[in-house]
Design a protein around this ligand. Structure first.
Ligand code: PLP
Length: 417
């Protein structure tokens, strides 16, 4: 575990032996030794005084290392149970650094329902540099085994997946990758370390879009790589400095502020998502609901084993197809029509035309009848009534409004979503 910028250990350093919530609040965040400030200062300095050449207090130049970033790296690494953590300017920058560990001629297996940006990064950026890839259904180990070839150096896992909420067996896939001599990488954005700790399940690397639950307030873009593999850490640390996609000290502060409440936010958001999934599963206009907490979900038993709860993302298809899906996403008032997820605000979106447009026409293309929800922290009854009204169409809107349950004014119609 990296320690704070002053090199002191202290109870806050890595939070070893402490509970999740205690680590979220204290790991890497001991009071400032200079002033006693209980919140890590935002260190804006780009460079640091040296007593003589090479003699300094652990920081030389802020791309290479920054005290506020160090606090964040210590905190999230502690939550993932990792020896090393690296903060990046976005989830994609973190993913890019991990992919840059591959060499021309190498092959990577990715989920056949990977986040669209992950697919785009592999298929349209790294493929130009000689990296080959195969999508595979990670819920079927035999498909993954078939996809692993002599050049496969990485197995990319996303669970729960975006937007289908499929569940992949992290322990089994990590073992398969290890036996093959490949690095296993888990995108833990949807679960967060509060619900799922892939390194404990045997994975080599965890990546995050910290933009989502870790930030939690729709006000910062960030990414993270966590690992306990020293060789991977050395390379990712080198790449972080060499390619320079680092977050600003202010963004690190925002993420530290967000991560402190991750556990309580997740508890409530998961509970609300479970109730919403049950509600949708009983609705006539809905053809199918994807939520790992439902008994009917094919990954339910596995999710119960490898996750602390089932997450706060729900997706569903409309019986009437794409037009109905587009109408629903344009009709809600409490759920905001927007990309992204994981924040206190509930969001609704149409993956085929929004977050997953980059996979249109590819084998990863998303059902246009699919709607994705990110369940936030609003009053559960307001969220359910909002969906009720949107699913019922214009006549239902009147009914819900008449019930008086929705007190907020309607949002303006989204332009360019
Ligand atoms: N991984 C997943 C699962 C995501 O949902 C996203 C963004 O939506 C990313 C990675 C990319 O993160 P960012 O938008 O912070 O670059």
């Amino acid at each position: 575990m990296r320690e704070g910028g002053d090199g002191r250990g202290g109870p806050g350093a890595g939070g070893e032996g402490l509970g999740f919530e205690t680590r979220a609040i204290h790991a890497g965040q001991e009071p400032d030794p200079a002033t006693g400030a209980v919140v890590p200062p935002i260190h804006l300095a780009s460079t640091y005084a040296q007593e003589e050449v090479g003699v300094h207090r652990g920081f030389e130049y802020s791309r290479s290392g920054n005290p506020t970033r160090r606090s964040l790296e210590t905190a999230i690494a502690a939550l993932e149970g990792a020896s090393h953590g690296f903060a990046f300017a976005s989830g994609m920058a973190a993913e890019d650094a991990v992919c840059r560990m591959l060499k021309p001629g190498d092959h990577v297996v990715i989920p056949d329902d990977a986040y669209g940006g992950t697919y785009r990064l592999v298929a349209r950026v790294h493929s130009d540099y000689g990296i080959d890839f195969s999508p595979a259904d990670l819920t079927r180990p035999e498909r993954v085994r078939d996809a692993l070839g002599p050049r496969t150096k990485m197995l990319w896992v996303e669970t729960p997946s975006n937007p289908m909420l499929r569940i992949a067996d992290v322990a089994a896939l990590s073992e398969m990758a290890r036996a093959h001599g490949a690095v296993s990488v888990v995108d833990n954005t949807f679960a967060t370390p509060y619900l799922q700790r892939p390194l404990e399940l045997g994975a080599d690397v965890v990546v995050h879009s910290t933009t989502k639950y870790i930030g939690g307030h729709s006000d910062v873009v960030g990414g993270f790589v966590a690992t306990s593999n020293d060789a991977v850490a050395e390379r990712v640390g080198f790449l972080q400095n060499a390619t320079g996609a680092v977050p600003s000290p202010f963004d690190c502060y925002m993420l530290l502020r967000g991560v402190k409440t991750l556990a309580v936010r997740m508890e409530r958001q998961c509970a609300s998502a479970a109730a919403i999934a049950e509600y949708l599963a009983g609705h006539d206009a809905v053809a199918s609901v994807n939520y790992p907490g439902l008994d009917s979900h094919p990954g339910h038993v596995l999710a119960s084993r490898q996750m602390g709860a089932f997450g706060a993302m729900v997706s569903f298809t409309l019986r009437e197809g794409e037009d109905a899906a587009l109408k629903v996403v344009a009709s809600t008032r409490v759920f905001t029509l927007a990309e992204s997820l994981g924040a206190v605000e509930s969001l609704i979106e149409h993956p085929a035309r929004m977050t997953h447009q980059s996979v249109a026409g590819s084998p990863l293309a998303v059902d246009p009848a699919l709607v994705r929800l990110s369940v936030g922290l609003e009053t559960l009854q307001d969220l359910i009534l909002d969906l009720e009204r949107a699913l019922a169409g214009p006549s239902g809107a009147g009914a819900a409004a008449a019930s008086g349950a929705l007190s907020r004014p309607g949002r303006e119609s989204p332009s360019g979503g």
